[in-house]
Write a protein that binds this ligand. Structure first.
Ligand SMILES: C[S@@+](CC[C@H](N)C(=O)[O-])C[C@H]1O[C@@H](n2cnc3c(N)ncnc32)[C@H](O)[C@@H]1O
Length: 178
């Protein structure tokens, strides 16, 4: 009985790890969450109210998306994740905690339009920011607030760059679309 249980557990861990490694290689970023200091810094730069939709591009294990959902109960949170295990984990937590103002997509965020975004939050990688720059310029309405953990939008002038007091001296970039 215990041998069977141990075998199932090991197989489960292998499948979870393989799936995370596969998605990391395919999409260029692991599901590493923003640290608590960075999350706090992001919260400090966010407005008190948001009208319209809030997008989290690559929500990982969901902690930041859930925080956004509780900060903005009036807004619709659109959380995207492609990696199956983080998505599944977030899906289960969302079912448990019933964040009714959050929609979770197991989907590549490049496939959907961002034209109705009022706020975008992301923690991605340089290649994604390069690709998003074009998408932002084509789709965002003027005045959309963008908050990016660590990675700048190439060629855009940030409204603010905050240096977080953490080990990596992480930068949080704040932009507003023109
Ligand atoms: C570094 S994690 C950030 C997680 C979370 N946003 C946070 O700050 O705690 C980046 C996540 O973006 C996801 N991702 C990368 N490219 C994506 C895409 N095109 N569509 C949806 N998710 C994507 C990755 O799978 C990964 O889980």
């Amino acid at each position: 009985m215990w041998i069977l249980f141990g075998f199932i557990l090991i197989m489960f861990l292998i499948i979870v790890s393989a799936s995370i490694v596969y998605s990391t290689l395919k999409y260029g970023i692991s599901p590493m969450p923003s640290s608590s200091k960075v999350k706090k810094c992001i919260e400090e730069v966010l407005p008190d109210r948001v009208e319209g939709k809030v997008y989290e591009l690559g929500c990982g294990w969901g902690a930041l998306a859930f925080r956004l959902a509780s900060l903005y109960p009036e807004a619709e949170i659109q959380a995207y994740e492609v990696s199956p295990m983080p998505w599944l984990y977030t899906y289960i937590l969302q079912r448990i905690y019933r964040f009714s103002n959050m929609t979770l997509y197991w989907k590549d965020f490049y496939l959907d339009s961002l034209e109705d975004a009022s706020l975008i939050v992301c923690y991605l990688y340089p290649g994604a920011m390069e690709r998003l720059k074009k998408k932002f310029e084509e789709e965002l309405k003027p005045g959309t607030l963008i908050v990016s953990n660590t990675f700048a939008i190439p060629g855009w002038e940030p409204e603010q760059v905050i240096k977080v007091n953490d080990f990596y001296r992480t930068k949080v970039y704040v932009y507003r679309s023109k």
